[in-house]
Design a binder for this molecule. Sequence first.
Ligand SMILES: *Cc1c(COP(=O)(O)O)cnc(C)c1O
Length: 361
Amino acid sequence: MSLRWRGVIEAYRSYLPVSAKTPVVTLLEGNTPLIPSRTLSERIGAPAEVFLKYEGMNPTGSFKDRGMTVAISKAVEAKSVAVLCASTGNTSASASAYACRAGVRSIVLIPSGAIALGKLSQALIHGARVAAVEANFDACLALVKSLAQLYPITVVNSINPHRIEGQKTCAFEICEVLGRAPDFHATPVGNAGNITAQWKGYQEYLKEGKIRKLPILLGFQAKGAAPLVRGALVKNPHTIATAIRIGNPASWQGAIHARDESHGLIHAVTDREIIEAYRLLASKDGVFAEPASAASVAGILKLAKSGYFKAYYAKKRRRITIVCILTGHGLKDPERAIKSIRVPKSLPASLSVVAKAVGLR
Ligand SMILES: *Cc1c(COP(=O)(O)O)cnc(C)c1O
């Protein structure tokens, strides 16, 4: 294989709905690092190796780019002149970047005041038409569906099946690096497109004989936005993890299938657990992921405490491999990081004052 990475469409062309006629719109997304975490491995309660799939390393800082390269390429192939999405932030960041590269217009509907500043700045700088709507994500997505019926524009939310196709490549990459599927694949769940896509990816690799065994999927929602855990819509979802503040997931059935067919689970984690995991990742592993991403880590730590992995180990008697998907970059939401730590106060430029302030005595 050439060392030159050419993006997920070229890397996995035969698995994707593209032909020689499809114009490939890419920012060379994918090929993100799978980082071993010693801190997490030690906290599993059984012999285990935990890896972090750092999707924040994608070009616009989230896994959404994997789906967007396919969705925008197909939109251009279909001669679409504009794309439209509702977004908790990262979809709009990704859609606007890929759309401007393709020379098509992008329109994004975001819940007013409820998306991280970094994500909003991305949509604006890439030239999207941004409507900040006084409603939550679910209502924005409903508006998007209605607009798409009235105007000739392509929806690039994960209800667009090309998004799911692109996002399944995350599972491919994990299998490539490990030489097999992990025992457990842990992921945050919001609109549930990603867990659906990842499961599809593993299933296709099994069918192609690239892996011999499927992973167990562990999905985690925020407690205040956990419709899949409760088995009922959540009218007013709330959580600090804005990327998963969703009460009516579009890929509801996909998530349930992934959970049940893999003999996995979808559980809820509290905002406090999310922030603890967020800080742990950043302060022990040196990995800065956004709060929603930390839900996967909070989830496995919670399961570890309950003896879940210990019980699995008792049956299997071999080291457990766990992959946590870190869906987006921590720099998306710097305000959250600063809020969760004490901000340094300014000091005079004096050697003794500065030395004392930074703990050098
Ligand atoms: C979109 C997003 C999610 C949720 O993914 P779904 O496919 O909607 O379940 C989680 N984390 C981040 C950072 C995201 O951008």
